[in-house]
Design a protein around this ligand. Structure first.
Ligand code: KG4
Ligand code: ZN
Length: 346
């Protein structure tokens, strides 16, 4: 173990190097065992917008090109070097298999070369575990809402490990997917969430009424009808008027997504008796969504925006609370595409 090399009582670095490549962001982070972020590097590929979505094989190829530099950058910015790392962590799923494989193969190589243990992390546990990062970790018990491009779920979190209980999830599209598809209908680029949020700033959220799925009882979400409602509304208005009222359409559509999330959060708080809420996932970067959750008047944890969207610091955070594989027991570690542990939890 290396030492910082100054002062009379040098402290050893005790850091985790984490990798995340489940979708189109190539991420590496260095985090201490206490959850202090030393570096958090995110390289967004920015090559998928011309296709209107992420193309798995292209994402995979870009991860391969970027991962070495992203890891070097994360180490350099943290002030640590590879011999300072005491554990490697990596996202094993759910996500795009070809993309996940790049992170897992790289992590295995780094860990094995230094005979380090490896922590396999579930991406959704990562989003939940963003709440446990410093400087002010949010401790269980709390209700967690994870709303991203691939997943939307509510979980009762009573421990920091992966044993949280999923109590609601989407029956069709994810909330971020609803943003992306709505944005596409309004002629905006990918990823649609931030673009739609920007357009909505000039619009009236009460201009149009879109379904929030209020009639769907329970804690599950549904966004497919909302997207269809926008499609029909744009058609009914006709090209010219729809074009003139794009900001109103965006603001009203965004309002419906946010309300749909808020309705289930309120139900879940009432049902579980929990009085504290943490939000995460890319959609939690949305300003009106953050404001709406603040308006609930409960104790709320909203991570910094770069910890809501995909990042490796949250993977390092989760890694502290999973079963770690000692060297060399991870050489046959595999990836998985779907949220299998989410289904087990239900
Ligand atoms: O968590 P994330 O980075 O990746 C996944 O695990 O999917 O979430 C990406 C999703 C995309 O659908 C993107 O449009 C959405 O989060 N998103 C937003 C905002 N920033 C990202 N949605 C609404 N408003 C935003 N500001
Ligand atoms: Zn994610």
């Amino acid at each position: 173990m290396a030492h910082r090399g100054h002062g009379t009582d040098p402290e050893p670095f005790r850091v985790i190097l984490a990798l995340e490549t489940s979708c189109d962001d190539t991420c590496a982070a260095v985090v201490t065992g206490e959850g202090e972020i030393r570096s958090n590097v995110i390289s967004s590929q920015g090559v998928h917008d011309r296709y209107g979505g992420v193309v798995p094989e292209i994402a995979s190829r870009h991860h391969l090109e970027l991962i070495g530099d992203v890891v070097d950058d994360a180490l350099a910015r943290s002030g640590a070097s590879l011999p300072d790392v005491e554990m490697v962590a990596v996202t094993c799923g759910p996500g795009l298999v070809a993309a996940l494989l790049v992170g897992v193969a790289t992590a295995k190589g780094l860990a094995a070369a230094h005979e380090l243990p490896l922590a396999p992390v579930d991406h959704l546990h990562g989003h939940v575990a963003a709440a446990f990062l410093g400087p002010a970790p949010f401790e269980p018990p709390f209700l967690s809402l994870v709303a991203s491009g691939g997943h939307t779920l509510l979980a009762r979190v009573t421990e920091r490990g992966p044993g949280y209980e999923v109590i609601g999830h989407t029956l069709d599209d994810a909330a971020g997917e609803a943003f992306d598809k709505g944005a596409r209908l309004l002629g905006l680029g990918y990823p649609g969430g931030p673009a739609l949020e920007r357009l909505a700033r000039d619009g009236d959220p009460d201009a149009f009424e879109f379904p929030t799925g209020r009639k769907l009882a329970g804690l599950d979400f549904s966004f497919a009808g909302l997207k269809t409602a926008l499609l029909y509304r744009v058609r009914d208005l006709g090209e010219q008027e729809a074009d003139q009222r794009r900001a109103d359409l965006a603001a009203s559509y965004q309002r419906a997504i946010v309300e749909s999330l808020a309705i289930r959060v309120e139900r879940a708080l009432a049902q579980t008796g929990l009085e504290r809420l943490s939000v995460g996932g890319g959609v939690a970067a949305n300003g009106p969504m953050r404001d709406r959750m603040r308006s609930l008047g409960i104790e709320l944890h909203v991570p910094a925006r770069e910890l809501c969207t995909d990042n490796a610091a949250m993977i390092a955070s989760a890694a502290r609370f999973v079963d770690v594989l000692p060297y060399p027991n991870y050489l046959d570690l595999d990836v998985y595409a779907t949220g299998e542990r989410m289904l087990i939890a239900r």
